[in-house]
Ligand binder design. Structure first.
Ligand SMILES: O=C(O)CCC(=O)C(=O)O
Length: 483
């Protein structure tokens, strides 16, 4: 992450909230008096600052944007354009993108509030997500849901063989897993905070089993969220899984990750194990990826909002393109249509790119999921990566790999060799990962230890020759002397 971006956004956030924080970052969106006071005080300090330059002005713009004065921020940034060092210009460029989106969202809200204040009372609507049988064809799912970006549930899917939690625990075993909690005061993605690393079986015994039969855990209970099966347990759990390639045959996310990180590999699919009562808060999946989740055990309530209504949820970007929301969907949102569904074992939900969503675990649940990129969202992923590329090398690489994949017609090539019930290894191999990450790492380690052993042997031999040669030379010298 470029240093200038840290100064422009991370440090401005720190200046406002304090370090260690005096007020939570989330309060900048909820704006109680304590937050407004700190915003005003930081603004006054920035305006009074002795050193004035384009970048200092941009820091003021960053603050005004966080204060909700997006148009003022935009005006300042327009004045500063093309000033400062290359790195500073890149950071100001990214800020301009974020502010521009904030301005558009504000305009949308104003437009909607004008039309509704004329007549009808602004109501929140709840609609069911359409449920289809797993017999439905790829063509129909593509035409009606994936391409237009509409969520759906496929019922009667079978990707994993688990009958109960014990099956899962025996399969995954002693692997170390990072666990997380949903903290309502967090400004992180989905309000999830890292809790600790534990062995999977201990995690199940301590945090899952007590809630296996209906008792609800507190909402902020530890859960396993988005744990990479392919990177961490490909040979145990991974060998038992199938991918839903019948409906999602192409994944440029896996393909690009394999190109970019050949040793650690791509992440998907990932595992979720969560106690009844826990959940994850409102969020949008990163990089405009599509998403599917298969319920293996238990029940989850999913609530989603169309990407076209995101402005009504008052999102705001802090340091990247993951929007933070002041409230979740438990607070009624006028004019918003919420799409709702309860997933049961054997259901698979498709979540289109850009749709904000939140989830409640109605029962203790085990689920498997993947984010993916195909032709329905690849251009938006590239656009997103291009924006972040100005301050993040990795994003520039993403954009480049995805563009090259399109030039090489990868989506068409990948779709031509697909099978309906596809074992995970077959899916990965088709997407450029012939071996699981642990196999590559093991081979690298074997190669390294072989090189080290050969190197060690060579050094030993050289030393032996020099000392043996030396001593024979010494002894011949000695002989010469004694003769
Ligand atoms: O199951 C959950 O808690 C939510 C999963 C999710 O929304 C995601 O990974 O984006």
């Amino acid at each position: 992450m470029a240093r200038a971006w840290k100064r422009l956004r991370h440090e401005v956030l720190q200046d406002i909230c304090g370090q260690p924080p005096v007020i939570p970052q989330l309060s900048l969106l909820q704006r109680p008096k304590s937050a407004m006071d700190r915003l005003d005080a930081t603004e006054a300090a920035l305006r009074a600052g002795a050193v004035k330059g384009a970048f200092e002005e941009a820091k003021l713009a960053s603050l005004l944007d966080l204060k909700g004065q997006h148009l003022d921020a935009q005006d300042i940034l327009k004045r500063c354009a093309a000033m400062g060092t290359t790195e500073e210009r890149a950071a100001m460029g990214l800020l301009e993108h974020l502010v521009h989106r904030h301005v558009c969202w504000q305009e949308e809200r104003e437009k909607i509030s004008k039309t509704t204040s004329r007549g009808d009372e602004a109501k929140q609507t709840v609609k069911p997500v359409e449920v289809l049988s797993a017999q439905v064809s790829r063509e129909e799912v593509w035409r009606r849901f994936i391409e237009p970006g509409i969520p759906c549930v496929l019922r009667g899917v079978q990707l994993a063989p688990f009958r109960n939690l014990r099956d899962v625990t025996t399969t995954v075993g002693k692997v170390k897993v990072p666990i997380r909690r949903c903290d309502e005061s967090s400004a992180n993605w989905a309000r999830l905070e890292f809790d600790r690393v534990v062995h999977f079986d201990d995690f199940v015994t301590e945090f899952i089993q007590p809630y296996e039969h209906g008792l609800a855990a507190p909402r902020n209970s530890p859960q396993l969220f988005d744990f990479s099966i392919w990177q961490q347990c490909a040979e145990s759990l991974g060998n038992q899984l199938f991918m839903p390639s019948k409906w999602f045959p192409v994944d440029l996310y896996t393909y690009a990750s394999a190109q970019m990180q050949p040793v650690s590999g791509s992440a998907c699919p990932t595992l979720f194990v969560a106690p009844c009562g826990s959940g994850s808060s409102l969020h949008v999946d990163t990089l405009q990826t599509n998403f599917w989740m298969f319920m293996s055990l238990g029940r989850k309530r999913w609530r989603l909002v169309s990407k076209d209504q995101i402005a009504l949820l008052h999102p705001q970007y802090f340091c990247d393109l993951n929007p933070v929301f002041p409230e979740d969907l438990n607070v009624v949102k006028p004019n918003v249509t919420i799409y709702e569904t309860e997933l049961e074992a054997g259901d698979l939900i498709f979540v289109p790119a850009g749709w904000p969503h939140q989830v409640d675990n109605l029962e203790t649940s085990v689920a498997i999921s993947a984010n993916f990129i195909d032709t329905s969202n690849v251009h938006r992923c590239i656009e997103e990566a291009d924006i972040m590329a100005s301050v993040e090398e990795n994003s520039a690489f993403w954009a480049k790999v995805l563009r090259t994949a399109l030039q090489q017609k990868k989506p068409e090539l990948l779709a031509s060799s697909v099978m309906d019930n596809e074992p995970l290894r077959h899916f990965k191999s088709r997407h450029g990962e012939k071996r699981a990450p642990y196999e590559i790492q093991r081979r690298l380690l074997q190669g390294l230890s072989a090189t080290l052993s050969i190197g060690g042997l060579c050094i030993l031999l050289a030393w032996y020759r020099s000392t043996a040669g030396g001593s024979s030379r010494q002894s011949s010298d000695f002989r010469a002397k004694t003769l």
